[in-house]
Every structure is written in C-alpha cells, then in structure tokens.
Design a protein around this ligand. Structure first.
Ligand SMILES: [Zn+2]
Length: 266
C-alpha cells in the first residue's frame, strides 16, 4: 500500500475526479439558487473545505433512556431525508452530525468549558455558538472546539463566559436552512461540528481554530487512549454516550462529556 493511502478515504468523492464542465455546471447552478447548494457559509466569509473521513461510529445511549438520535452522521453523503449532498463542500461528506429537533429545544454544552464565539452566518450556517473544552474538561488529550449551528435565537452567553457540561446554552432552530436543499420551510435541527486542536490554548482564540482538524464529534466520547487517526480500526463502532435528564442530572453520574440534547427515561 502506498504511504499516502491512509489519508485518502474521501478520494472517491473528491471533485478532482469530475470533468471540468461538470464543475462549471455545478457552480453555475449553485449560483442561481436552484440547486441544493452546499457552498455558502454566510456573507463574504471564505468557504472552508476540510478533509472528512467517515468513521462509522454510532452513539450508544443508555438503554434506560430515549434520546434524539443522529439524523445524518459525520461523513454521510446523505442529508436527514436521504437526499444527496453536493460534492462542492468537504468532498460531499457531512462535516458534523445532525440531530432533528423541534424549534426551541434546549441545546446543552457537551462538556464544561467556555464560550469563544457566537454570531449569525448565512445559508447552511445560521445562528451559531462555539464552545471550547480544555483537555481537563473532557479527559481527552486535545483541545476540543465545538460549534452548534442553526440555533433559533442568539445565545445569551458571551465569549469568555464559562459553561458546565449539560448546561443549557442555546435553543435549537432552523436558521440557515430555509430554502435551497431544505425547501421553503427549512429543516429544524442541530448541526454539531468538532475541531480537534492542540491541547495548549493559543493566546488568540480564533474560530475555526487554525490548527484544528475537523473531526467526528463522537470522538468526544471516546477514551483518551483511542487512536483517533486510525478510528476505523476500533473494535466497536458503537460509542457509549452519557446523557442529561430534563432535571440536569447526568447519567452515568460524573461523566464529563454528554449528549447535546436532554434524554428521557423509558
Ligand atoms: Zn449538518
């Protein structure tokens, strides 16, 4: 096997394999607004493309509880409704996971940490909140920078403010989803993105973190010894996920990383 093969899982969906005319056609159609464009993240901000390597990981919730599941997984080529993502962003692969939610559902901090940014982007971004979790917050060997998107209202928390795992930090919505792929009524859901970044906090906190690697948010639940560079070699793709009940109680108690939506007892 060639040395470079390890990091080329997404090659089959890469744009470079498409004929030039197809790329031009895709661009023109996206510009007209008539297609399921994935190419805009709001205003004049440059579009960022990342390598997305599907992991096959799935959340395993406590059997005692019912939780809102993932509707479109990390690395999926499909949206929640089985429609196909266009290949002009992240190679057509999902750069996070989606949870379908009614508007106004409380969104929870997945770990303790602090707010580092909030704002409102355009199509496919909407109102967002960025939280940062130091290694001590998660017991993971990296700094985790997590983005929550499509919120219904601007979060009250401001950059620099601390958060606790399981704390309500936002309200889910459908901002940035109305029109295009999701139709005129939009798609109410939470999109979660994870950037794995250097453990040491830089003096200037930027989002996305310049050194960050876009990664499967389920990595947050993997033990510190998991080899995140060779995730497909893990013996079990089901990742045990700690949850938060409606009263704020974390199950199992003491867990540092939790599902971003309340779960209910069966
Ligand atoms: Zn998404």
């Amino acid at each position: 096997m060639a040395p470079a093969a390890k990091r080329t899982i997404t090659d089959e969906s890469c744009m470079k394999n498409l004929p030039a005319f197809a790329l031009l056609a895709a661009f023109l159609l996206a510009s007209t607004g008539y297609t399921q464009a994935q190419s805009r993240n709001g205003g004049s901000a440059p579009r960022l493309d990342y390598e997305v390597r599907p992991t096959g990981l799935t959340p395993a919730f406590p059997t005692s509880h019912v939780c809102a599941p993932i509707a479109s997984a990390w690395g999926s080529q499909e949206r929640f409704d089985n429609s196909t993502r266009l290949q002009n962003r992240n190679g057509g692969l999902h750069g996070g996971f989606d949870i379908s939610l009614q508007e106004g559902t409380p969104i929870l901090a997945m770990a303790s940490g602090k707010v580092i940014a909030k704002g409102e982007g355009g199509m496919l971004e909407g109102i967002y909140l960025w939280l940062q979790h130091a290694p001590a917050d998660t017991s993971l060997p990296y700094r985790a920078v997590v983005k929550y998107q499509h919120l219904s209202t601007m979060p009250r928390l401001n950059p620099g403010e601390p958060v606790n795992a399981g704390q309500i930090v936002a309200s889910s919505g459908l901002t940035g989803t109305v029109g295009r792929a999701f139709g005129p009524s939009g798609y109410p859901h939470l999109h979660v993105s994870l950037f794995v970044a250097a453990a040491t906090e830089p003096a200037n906190l930027k989002v996305p973190p310049p050194d960050g690697k876009l990664s499967d948010p389920l990595l947050l639940f993997l033990p510190a010894h998991a080899d995140v560079e060779n995730i497909s070699t893990l013996p079990d793709p089901a990742v045990r996920v700690a949850i938060v009940e409606g009263d704020g109680r974390i199950e199992p108690a003491g867990s540092k990383v939790v599902w971003p939506v309340h779960c209910v007892t069966r």
